[in-house]
Design a protein around this ligand. Structure first.
Ligand code: FAD
Length: 341
């Protein structure tokens, strides 16, 4: 929405394609607060944040195609859409791909045992509870201590559910400090570090897991009736791979938000998307090469930090566990960061 509004504001005609029945993406299922502190200067829920942008879309010239999936994108800029009326194609001058990311499923992990019901990725659990209104269990184990797992854990705890433990393979909690404190310190939940699940137990419904300490090899059984996995997000970039030539993004394709790299904060997504919307509009109107566009060259960095991991030289913001803002996602190592003179 932010990218479309920005391109629209530059006088370009923008079509926003969304496979869901409503706009907002992952925000539509986030009923917790913590969104918008830097962009709107106030604390909003994800739903409220999305609604603000949807309202702007309604007042703009951006055309919206809901219930419509982009199923393929060719190097000749043809996009095949699948919607309520069947298949159709569009031929835009530029594409901003903001398709978000998907969750790593339990099947990608080295976990033995059965695959009974009661195992959910954190995002799926969030959607079932917050959007569908389902009651998905009573005694939860959470695998992975990233933000999504912690936020779901906190919500479950607040709704009276038991959190048996959070299991994390690293030696520290993965989430932002504010989520870590909000969850562990206020709720007295065990965090089993340097541990993982080695076996899932249960026939029809999960009844417990075997937990293994990765340093000592010691194993123990923990009972639960639901397992939430929060073990990583993967950018949805199949469409950009289809359109790419030997791994090189075509000039007319711009990656944005979690489709480019996983962002902790939606404000960073919105700010980057607005900048990309402008760059894409300049590209369409001027016919110049992407890297030569003035907007792509002029950088603004509040703290003077830039990334030199790739030639884009993205402005960076210092966050608790690294840096955010690099469009290519490789900004983390400090030696790659230079201060602008
Ligand atoms: C549980 C959770 C808690 C979070 N908490 C916070 C928080 O407290 N504060 C904060 O600032 N940020 C938070 N975030 C992060 C923030 O919400 C995200 O970084 C941001 O919303 C990502 O936006 P996006 O547009 O890149 O992706 P998404 O929101 O995932 O949107 C992608 C959209 O693309 C659509 N799409 C995908 N593929 C296609 C296709 N082929 N055709 C058509 N449509 C398609 C999807 O349906 C979706 O609507 C949280 C995220 C999660 C998951």
């Amino acid at each position: 929405m932010a990218a479309a509004l920005s391109a629209d504001g530059q006088g370009c005609s923008a079509l926003l394609i969304e496979r869901s029945h409503k706009l907002g993406g992952i925000l539509s299922q986030c009923i917790h607060s913590g969104f918008g502190l830097s962009y709107f200067g106030e604390e909003l829920t994800g739903v409220e944040y999305a609604a603000r942008f949807a309202e702007k879309i309604n007042k703009s010239y951006v055309r919206v195609a809901l219930n419509t999936s982009a199923v393929s994108m060719n190097s000749d800029k043809t996009i095949i859409l699948s919607g309520c009326d069947g298949l159709s194609d569009v031929h835009p001058k530029a594409v901003i791909l903001a398709s978000g990311c998907r969750e790593r499923p339990i099947g990608t992990l080295d976990i033995a045992g059965t695959r009974p019901s009661g195992i959910f990725t954190a995002g799926a659990a969030q959607k079932m509870i917050n959007v569908g209104g389902y009651d998905i269990g009573d005694r939860f184990i959470i695998l992975g201590s990233g933000d999504v797992g912690l936020i779901m854990g906190r919500q479950l705890k607040q709704s009276g559910k038991e959190i048996v433990a959070v299991i994390e393979k690293e030696d520290h909690c993965g989430g932002l400090e504010r989520n870590r404190i909000g969850f562990f310190e206020h709720n007295d939940i065990p965090l089993w570090l340097r541990s993982t699940i080695s076996v899932v137990h249960g026939t029809e419904r999960i009844c417990g897991v075997t937990v293994r300490n990765l340093e000592t090899g010691m194993e123990w059984y923990a009972e639960c009736d639901a397992l939430i996995t929060s073990v990583g997000l993967i950018p949805e970039c199949e469409l950009s791979e289809q359109a790419s030539d030997g791994g090189r993004l075509p000039e007319w394709l711009f990656l944005c938000g979690n489709a480019c790299y996983v962002h902790d904060l939606v404000d960073d997504v919105a700010i980057e998307a607005e900048r990309l919307g402008k760059i894409a509009a300049q590209y369409v109107r001027s016919g110049m090469r992407k890297d030569d566009l003035p907007e792509a060259r002029v950088k603004h960095s509040a703290n003077g930090l830039f990334c030199i991991a790739c030639p884009k030289a993205c402005p960076l913001t210092e966050i608790e566990n690294g840096y955010s803002g690099a469009l290519c996602g490789r900004a983390a190592p400090v030696p790659n960061i230079v201060k602008a003179s």
